[in-house]
Design a protein around this ligand. Structure first.
Ligand code: NAP
Length: 248
């Protein structure tokens, strides 16, 4: 079966590492990004240099129409999507709940929760119409924050990831009879650009010594788990969570 993986938010960080890993395993990769064309292009260049196949797809996944168009373009250019990695997650400046307004909270939910539903919906349509669904899979990228709560930093973000955990459980049960597997990874402190968006670029270094493994993690370490969950090696795994959080 032709394996076409769509990875949302794949120009940088965990998404980019997942693209490289999946391309090395023979997937055609659809590299979605929002605006950083040069970062996305360098990911595509890397996979092509190592013999991989894929293409770039600019789309703001918080826009439902753009997501529908994205899936249609991927099908036209690479073939129907058989694997989805719901990866986009954003956070805003660190603050306590008592300082948060509805605009900020709603912006987080609209980026981190609703698009996972919409992307899954569009993926499932293509799985059912074009593939043996027992070979299709979804991985949702949540966060250790869903368990830990994000206190004093971003409880709104943590709550959005709690929603992704529930979404994973519910969707995995809805799809189990068609053999489509739905799983989740929960990274902890991973060296990526996301911490700068929260106003603390060195956040991982600050927290590393507090972790049982005494270090932050890499995007590649998360990508390895995502690739395994998508693969046939995980054929009896659905509704499951892998914590990649250095033991916390
Ligand atoms: P990152 O390095 O900040 O990368 C963000 C990626 O998402 C970029 O490719 C960006 O595209 C894309 N993006 C942002 N908004 C988008 C939108 N509306 N539509 C399409 N693409 C969009 O992020 P990361 O740290 O790798 O995080 C990936 C996932 O892991 C997130 O769900 C995050 O919550 C989760 N996570 C991360 C950590 C961590 O420590 N890093 C820990 C726990 C969970 P552009 O380049 O075009 O801006």
């Amino acid at each position: 079966m032709l394996k076409v993986a769509l990875i949302t938010g794949a120009s940088r960080g965990i998404g980019a590492a997942t693209v490289l890993k999946l391309a090395s395993k023979g997937y055609k990769v659809a590299i979605n990004f929002k605006s950083n064309t040069s970062a996305a292009s360098s990911v595509l260049e890397k996979i092509r240099k190592s013999g991989g196949d894929g293409a770039l797809f600019q789309a703001d996944i918080s826009d439902e129409k753009a997501v529908i168009e994205l899936f249609s373009q991927v099908q036209d250019e690479l073939g129907a999507v058989s694997h989805l990695v719901n990866n986009v997650g954003v956070l805003q400046a660190q603050m306590r709940v008592e300082q948060m307004n509805a605009e900020r909270i709603n912006a987080i939910l609209m980026q981190n929760v609703t698009p996972y539903f919409i992307c899954a919906r569009e993926a499932i349509k293509q799985f059912r119409a074009h593939h043996d669904t027992t070979k299709c899979a979804i991985v949702n990228v949540s966060s250790a924050a869903s368990r830990l709560g994000g206190a004093n930093e971003y409880v709104d973000y943590a709550a959005s990831k709690g929603a992704i955990d529930s979404f994973t459980t519910g969707l995995s049960l809805e799809l189990a009879d068609s053999g489509i597997r739905v799983n989740c990874v929960r990274p902890g402190c991973i060296y990526t650009d996301i911490h700068a968006d929260g106003g603390e670029p060195q956040r991982v270094d600050r927290l590393a010594s507090l972790l049982p493994l005494k270090r932050g993690g890499s995007s590649e370490e998360v990508a390895n788990a995502i690739a395994w969950l998508l693969s046939d090696e995980a054929s009896y795994v659905t509704g499951s969570f892998i914590d990649l959080a250095g033991g916390k």
